[in-house]
Ligand binder design. Structure first.
Ligand SMILES: *Cc1c(COP(=O)(O)O)cnc(C)c1O
Length: 454
């Protein structure tokens, strides 16, 4: 063992290897030395466990691999073959070409982000998406922050800190990633007054709870679950009426928030932003990257007076939205304004994809994979919209089903490849849903599956 350890070359010797020296020239001395040290250290450990000393060229190869790994960004592209359109773990909404271009343009240069070009003095970043948002929704005013969780926190903090917010027990939701309405409420310093029962809440439940400490009435979209059976909830119209009677603002956390009617696409009706505004909600909040199909953002819409209050609140500064987001959001919203969202916004393109088109793609993939010797078939399946919208609702799709001895192993290989491919496992089959795969990714996907099946 000692003898093997003595055979280990020095870092300097390793640096003389041609492949390692090339690293020094490309990435600098420091990073390369670090990678070489790691290679020597892992060899030392292997020797102590009884392995022989690797050759210098083996150590050089490990050094190259170490450095490459350290230069790889941890955030990597993934081909989403899960059929979940708004997949939070996979980065939610993919963006339209125009949106990507607008974001790249804003990122690469200066802009009038907070500069009033007309007046030649300081302006506000919040004017940028406001006009278009108001036009699309009929709201008086709008404010864009970092995400919807931030939007809810801001509304509660600015309008109800130290006072009461009344909400139905059926709406004390938890969405993924640790966002729970009661926790956000606590964080904001507002007092949560839960009324009704899990399955039934009535107008009089709210009315009985209202007192002089009440600041807001709140509604939250269920997002990711459905209550069925003996249930009742108070409609937004009724809440607004109650709010008017007692002079209390009504805030509506729509969660996903959509500008298009999902019912036009064979899905259940998801309340639209316009409907909430028209119903008279004082403030409505939603995400930018769920059904809206834009960049991550929290959008607040509603009464001017309240939006002004939010804009002035110090928390707004902490939830400040970035220039690339504002540029991207505007570009996405423009698709809606021009009536082209179903054609331009990837989330809606995927929702609108006819099953015949999906079947054709599935058949093409299946035949390419069959040629490569895989045991594949095209089967009926369901895609889901995801993103805390339309729980339990699915879209018919066609899946490529790959029969393998170990679907887990196939899934693992596909996840670890470049680019990563994520699909679904059902029983002894690995499933790929073409609905969420971009057309330009198809060739790569088939190639990756072919390699992983070897
Ligand atoms: C998704 C969701 C949120 C959080 O939105 P983010 O944009 O992810 O921060 C808040 N409330 C509801 C009801 C949601 O569905």
């Amino acid at each position: 063992m000692q003898e093997e350890l003595r055979k280990l070359p020095s870092v300097d010797r390793l640096l003389q290897e041609e492949t390692v020296w090339a690293l020094v020239e490309a990435h600098g001395h420091e990073l390369t030395v670090e990678a070489a040290r790691q290679a020597l250290e892992s060899a030392r450990r292997a020797i102590l466990e009884g392995s022989p000393c690797p050759s210098v060229s083996q150590l050089a190869a490990t050094t190259v691999a170490n450095l490459n790994r350290c230069l790889q960004p941890t955030l990597r592209p993934v081909i989403n073959a899960t059929g979940v359109i708004i997949h939070t773990n996979l980065g939610r909404a993919p963006l339209s070409e125009e949106t990507q271009a607008a974001m790249a343009k804003a990122a690469g240069g200066y802009s009038n982000l907070e500069y009033d070009l007309e007046a030649g003095k300081r302006g506000s970043r919040y004017v940028h998406a406001e006009e278009i948002l108001c036009r699309l929704t009929g709201a008086e005013a709008a404010l864009v922050v970092n995400n919807n969780a931030g939007a809810v926190l801001l509304m509660l903090t600015a309008l109800a800190q130290g006072r009461k917010v009344i909400i139905s027990r059926s709406q004390l939701i938890e969405i993924g990633g640790g966002f729970r309405i009661p926790d956000v409420m606590r964080q904001s310093g507002a007092h949560l007054i839960e009324v009704g029962t899990t399955n039934r809440t009535h107008r009089w439940d709210y009315e009985e709870a209202i007192d002089e400490e009440t600041a807001l009435l709140m509604r939250a979209h269920h997002s990711n679950f459905r209550i069925v059976g003996f249930t009742h909830e108070v409609s937004l119209d009724e809440l607004v009426e109650l709010g008017r009677k007692y002079n209390l603002p009504v805030i509506d956390d729509l969660g996903s928030g959509t500008l298009l009617d999902t019912a036009d696409y064979g899905l259940a009706h998801e309340p639209t932003i316009q409907e909430s505004i028209a119903a008279g909600a004082s403030l409505v909040s939603c995400s930018g990257d769920k059904l809206l199909g834009g960049p991550q953002a929290g959008i607040i819409l509603g009464q001017e007076e309240l939006v002004v209050q939010l804009r002035r609140h110090p928390l707004t500064r902490a939830l400040r939205v970035d220039k690339t987001t504002l540029a991207g959001l505007q570009a996405t919203l423009l698709h809606y304004l021009e009536g082209k969202a179903p054609q331009k916004v990837p989330v809606w393109q995927m929702i609108a994809l006819p099953v015949e088109a999906i079947e054709e793609r599935a058949r093409t993939w299946a035949s390419l994979l069959a040629e490569a010797g895989a045991e594949v078939s095209v089967v009926d399946g369901r895609s889901t919209v995801g993103g805390g919208s339309l729980p339990g609702e699915t879209l018919p799709t066609r899946l490529v089903a790959i029969q393998v001895a170990s679907p887990d192993e196939l899934a693992r290989r596909l996840r670890l490849g470049r680019p990563a491919v994520v699909g679904r496992i059902e029983g002894d089959r690995f499933l790929l849903d073409p609905r969420t795969v971009m057309p330009e990714q198809e060739e790569t996907l088939v190639e990756r599956v072919r390699l992983a099946l070897r």
